[in-house]
Design a protein around this ligand. Structure first.
Ligand code: 5GP
Length: 176
């Protein structure tokens, strides 16, 4: 089995500081309105749980699961809906919470899937964005951090199912 040592790219403190600002911005933008927050599993679970604590609005939480990577570090090029939300989003404000936008295919597929359900407004919060890999037009309304083209793990993001529990964003280096 290959062994990797995670190296910190974005610390726990930096993440917390940024999420605080994102929560304030979302609260201000949706003032006095209700929100349906859709957490994109599995990668966004930690980001979403910290983010909603900083949103001061009446909200409902939903989960959706889409898969494009399998156990690889490269996108397979097709996105599968593995688990759908249970709420009806017609006429509702929706905030999608995603871990990372890479090629943009996952989020484009999700936005297309939701748009036919006629929500009032859909906004996207993503913890990370790799601009160099973007292939689809995607607007990230609330972005945590722009990063280089590196495969990152931690704070919800995995490599072959591992490292999601790390409290920081790291990169994997082959080593001891
Ligand atoms: P996209 O469809 O934008 O190419 O890829 C988005 C999805 O791929 C993310 O939700 C995430 O699950 C996965 N992904 C993309 N880049 C990375 C990365 O650097 N690390 C990890 N762990 N997952 C990634």
């Amino acid at each position: 089995m290959e062994m990797y040592t995670p190296e910190t790219l974005i610390s726990e403190e930096e993440i917390a500081f940024r999420i605080d600002a994102l929560g304030k911005a979302i609260t201000a933008d949706f003032e006095n309105e209700e929100l349906i927050v859709i957490c994109v599993l599995k990668g966004a679970f930690m980001f979403c749980s910290d983010l909603i604590k900083k949103i001061n609005l009446p909200l409902k939480l939903e989960f959706i699961s889409l898969s494009s990577y399998g156990d690889n570090t490269q996108s397979s090029g097709s996105v599968r809906l593995e688990m759908d939300i249970t709420a009806n989003v017609e006429g509702k404000n929706v905030l999608i919470v995603e871990d990372i936008v890479d090629s943009g295919l996952t989020i484009k597929t999700l936005l297309d899937t939701l748009s036919v359900r006629k929500p009032k407004k859909v906004k996207l919060a993503s913890l990370l964005f790799k601009p160099i890999k973007l292939k689809h037009r995607v607007t990230i309304d609330y972005l945590g951090f722009e990063i280089e083209d590196k495969f990152v793990i931690g704070y919800g993001l995995d490599y072959a199912g591992r490292y999601r529990e790390l409290p920081y964003i790291g990169v994997l280096n082959a080593g001891n």
